[in-house]
Design a protein around this ligand. Sequence first.
Ligand code: INI
Length: 167
Amino acid sequence: MEGSDGANHIEGYLSAAGRSFAVVASRFNDFVVRALLDGALDAVRRHGGEAGAVDVVWVPGSYEIPVVARELARSGRYDAIICLGAVIRGSTAHFDYVAGGVAGGISSVALETGLPVIFGIITTENIEQAIERAGTKMGNKGFEAAVTAIEMADLMPKVRERGGPAA
Ligand code: INI
């Protein structure tokens, strides 16, 4: 698309129709993560997708998310992977290890596989802040993560087509 500045702008649109997604969800703090999942499925439906086109895989804690995301990304069955978890500092002495591990792991999987792997992990100081980000006054980070997945799923094929090796 040519923008008003004369450059060629490439961007993803927010249509989930015909797209397949996997969600990797952490059972730790699951009362928060279930609200994030509700938000993510709502986002898929509101953007023309079907809940039946979403597979949800549950793992024990956020630290386990990257290894499962990697398997799912490598399967070739999905247009994007959405990772959902809640790492709350008040609940653990090893917050930094869990939060850092899951963030670095998700980023590595995305770079290794070339698939959008979306960081829908809430990292907060306390439970109140987590609840605020799971469908109350700060919105729903699961919804936002799914919208990002939908946009990236549309963007990546366009980037490959545009940026791939010349024929
Ligand atoms: N996992 C979370 O997803 N959130 C947390 O807040 C958390 N805390 O508090 O410890 C947490 N820990 C478990 C961790 O993700 C792993 O499951 C565990 O260390 C085993 O590898």
